[in-house]
Design a protein around this ligand. Sequence first.
Ligand SMILES: Cc1cc2nc3c(=O)[nH]c(=O)nc-3n(C[C@H](O)[C@H](O)[C@H](O)COP(=O)(O)OP(=O)(O)OC[C@H]3O[C@@H](n4cnc5c(N)ncnc54)[C@H](O)[C@@H]3O)c2cc1C
Length: 452
Amino acid sequence: VSTDALAGELARVVGAAHVLQDPDLRAPYETDWTRRFHGTARLVVRPADARQVVEVVRRCAAHAAAIVPQGGNTGLVGGGVPRQGEVVLSLARLDDMGPVEGGQVTVGAGATLGAVQRHAADAGWEFGVDLAARDSATIGGMVATNAGGTQVIRHGTMRAQVLGVEAVLADGGVMRRLGGLVKDNTGYDLAGLLCGSEGTLGIVTRARLRLVPRLPHRVTVLLGAPDVAAAQRLLGAVRAAGVPLDAVEWFRSEGVRLVREHAGLGPPPCGEHPDYVLLEASDRTDPTEQLAEVLSGLPEAAHAAVAVDPPDRRALWAYRERHTEAINAVGVPHKLDVTLPAPVFAGAVTALPSVVSGVDPAAVTVLFGHLGDGNVHVNVLGPAADDERVDEAVLRHVAAAGGSISAEHGIGTAKARWLSLSRSEAEIAAMRAIKAALDPAGMLNPGVLLAP
Ligand SMILES: Cc1cc2nc3c(=O)[nH]c(=O)nc-3n(C[C@H](O)[C@H](O)[C@H](O)COP(=O)(O)OP(=O)(O)OC[C@H]3O[C@@H](n4cnc5c(N)ncnc54)[C@H](O)[C@@H]3O)c2cc1C
């Protein structure tokens, strides 16, 4: 029998089966996807709808119990797992999806990206964001982190898809704007503010999403390149030619080796190279010829692998998409997701392994990312989970080059102490003022984004 009075109250709201206190039942909610970040939850509560979320928030407030909102727990910056005795509020059961109407849809925060993609496809549309964690990552988590993914070059980040949200605030108030108005200049863009707020300003319970037309012709090309600079030149050529690009991804031989070992894949069909670029384009008419014409002038195109059928395209994507899990299979990685400005991109990226080895000579650095957005995922294997020296060196290197210390994963707890590398004092003061106005008691995700 529970001695926690809050647990008893919450059980009356959501049902006893959805208040988890047993350590074994709590465990999957207490450790992040990388296994680097973990803590202990006072309990895990799983409401079924927004009304229950309101009741849960009110009761937690009355007990001064801080809340960590959690969706699919695929976040990579330690923002969705408890630190020290918070209540984990799982949104996974809020997975309803409304009808697709006029290229828009309203979905529950707990709907997975994959479910939304299938729902949109059934109605002849597509959702403009895609990422490898699609079968676990939820729309609420993607709003909260302003997720990026592979199609930002075409459709923008999550923020660009969000037409409105329903969210429960720290005082139990509900902000609801789900009418789907494309133009709506009636003051502050509160839905936009929640995008990227990482669970610190409100708990997203539903979102109104914009969909994009489903284009019938799609081609995927995998090419090798001798170095980062050549990969970047290739991107420039394809972009300048106006190819209708969906994705331009980049990875390197060390990542391919891990993916092949982990997933049992053969050598890449474009041959083995120091660097690789994966391009995808789609249009109403087949873009293959246009792409081939642009690439024909480039030495990298000699051994290009081209795929148009879905299984063949998936086979090329596997070399890129399976990086994250392959790295995780080797050890607990330090994941540093950064962007660098185009003019210094090649030089700053090429220097990254030596920045890491300058701090920890035994560390292994695996780089890959969304080349189209200048976004590099720096994965470091070797240092202990709580050894932050490599993190600091990489983030300082990026900031000195004019980049951002977080491209798409957010700040979480992992990078909160370095926020000032990418944000000015005035910006951080404004963020703190917003946080204090919406959550004066610091109930929502304490320690995330803004360091205590
Ligand atoms: C294999 C793999 C590939 C990935 N690829 C990409 C990629 O390409 N691009 C990219 O951007 N990310 C990527 N990610 C990271 C991750 O998938 C995204 O950050 C995603 O948006 C997290 O969604 P989630 O539901 O799992 O959120 P969680 O991990 O549960 O939470 C993430 C953050 O959002 C908050 N949160 C969650 N739900 C809510 C809610 N309803 N209301 C308010 N706050 C909430 C949490 O408190 C936490 O701070 C990848 C992860 C993996 C494991």
